[in-house]
Each structure stands twice: as structure tokens, then as C-alpha cells.
Design a protein around this ligand. Sequence first.
Ligand code: SAM
Ligand code: GLN
Length: 288
Amino acid sequence: MSNTCLEILNQAVEKLRSEGVDRPRTNAELLLGAVLRVNKIDLYLNRDLILTPQQIEKNNHFLQERISGRPLQYIIGSKEFFGLEFKVNEYVLIPRPETETLVEIVIERLKSHSSSKIIDIGTGSGAIAVSLAKNQKNSSVFATDISSDALIVAIENAKMNKVENQIEFFQGDLFEPLKNKNLEEKIDCVVSNPPYVSEDEFDQLPKEIRDYEPVVALKSGQEGMSFHKKITEGAVDFLKRDGILALEVGLGQAKQVAAFLEKFDKFKHIEIKKDLGGIERIVIAVKT
Ligand code: SAM
Ligand code: GLN
């Protein structure tokens, strides 16, 4: 048996395929790439490189973890989001593609602002806060999370993406840590991808999510919308007039969240936007 880069890669693809792992080649490439600290193209450019026993052992270990169900991104420790690299570990939700739609919509809405102040509630890995700061040069972001372990990751991601000067991170419940900071009625946008999985839905989640991703990032009460309601109520105090509230919602929640906003009577121009999969995913509104 030969130990060249290409052979080890192809063996890994076959192993993952035989164990029923989805997208075996992509997984094998990313795992071996992480072991060798190179990107996918370099794996093929270095096809004849002989791997050391240590490298092969580490790759086998990664393969075993993947086969046992641990998400790929936690094994390799990173995830690309909005064209940027984010560190991830088990304390943060792996940023999802649908959240890129949320970021895109917020950037579009804020593009006419020469500078903007943004609050990101439940920042997790910092995916939203960092992407917004990176794409809105004159913005300042105030990001909160209940989990101090998540905030450690978010701070690293802000540094890694060179936007640490634009973001302040706060540990605490929703808007609580932002009180008495003189931010009331000064904010242009409150954005959040809060936990929105109901008790019943949680039990139906794929094992890979349920067993590995942080419960605190996912679960949200009996009907799944309690965070959307609390964030809506809290946002009113912080937003300027005409400030924007942009919330990610779960499957089937958009109309109910929009109806709540309507009834709450402090927002106008309430709109529902779809993600790339055609699912109603974002509720956006303007403070009256
Ligand atoms: N913003 C990240 C993203 O879009 O990838 C993470 C979103 S994750 C669905 C929700 C986040 O909210 C988690 O990081 C979780 O720790 C945080 N969270 C849960 N309860 C919270 C609370 N009461 N106050 C602040 N953050 C909270
Ligand atoms: N979209 C996540 C999932 O795949 C849920 C994230 C959230 O609760 N905000 O289940």
C-alpha cells in the first residue's frame, strides 16, 4: 500500500462512501487538507507527496470522528461564511448559508448610510457581526451572547478578520448588557439569528445537529418564537426612528413573527424575504 497524498485521499473517499457519509470527496478533501494545512488544489498539486505516519494517523482519526457523526466543521475547526473564514468549535453554531441572506439584506438596507451602529443579538461565532463590520467600513457593531465560551470564539474571529476595532462584545441576556451604555435610540439596525427550534422540533433534528451543536443556540421554548418576540420588544428602545429590525426565522415562522410585529404596533414596512432555498427566512421591519 502506497502512502502518497492522492492515494490516501482516494482511500479516504472510499471509506467515507462505504460508511454512508454524505459528499465523501468534499469531506475527505477538507479533512486531509486540514491535516496537511493546505487547500484542496494543493492536495492535487502535491499528489505524489509521501505522507508521514503521523499525518496518516491524524487523517485516520479525523475520518473516524466524521464517521461517528461529528460535523466536519468542528473537526477541521473552521467554516467559510460570506466569503470569510471563521473559527468554530462546539460552543458555537456552525454558521448557515441561509444566514448569509440575512447579512446580504442588512448590507443592502444600510448601504446609503455613511456610518451605522448595529446590534447583533446572539452573535455565536460572530458570523453576522464580523461580516457586517467587514462590509460596512464605517460601522460599529455591538454584539451580545449569553455564552461566554461562544464570545471567546467570536472575539478571535473578529481579530482574524481584522475588524476587532469595529466590534464590541458583551456577555449577557439579549439587550441586558447594552443598557446604560447610552445606545438607546441611537441604533440603525438590530439584527439577530436567535435560537428558534421548538421543543418538539428539537427531537426531530438530524443527530449531527442535535448531538453536537450547542443546545443554547438552537432551542427556543414551546413554539420556537419566544426570542423573536423578546428581541422585537427590546429593539424598540435601541433603534432610531426608521431603524431596521432584521430577524432570521425558522421554517413556517415568518408569517407569525410578521403578525406579532404588526400587532406590536411599533414597526412599519414589515416584509418577509426568502432564502436561496425559497424558504421564508427573514422578517425585516422599520421602526416608526
Ligand atoms: N449569530 C450566529 C449565527 O447566525 O451563526 C449564532 C446564532 S445561534 C442560532 C443563537 C445564539 O444565541 C447562540 O450563540 C446562543 O448562545 C445565543 N443565545 C441564546 N440565548 C441567548 C440570550 N438569552 N441572550 C443572548 N444570546 C443568547
Ligand atoms: N438553522 C438552524 C438549524 O439548522 C437553526 C438555527 C437557529 O435556531 N437559529 O436547525
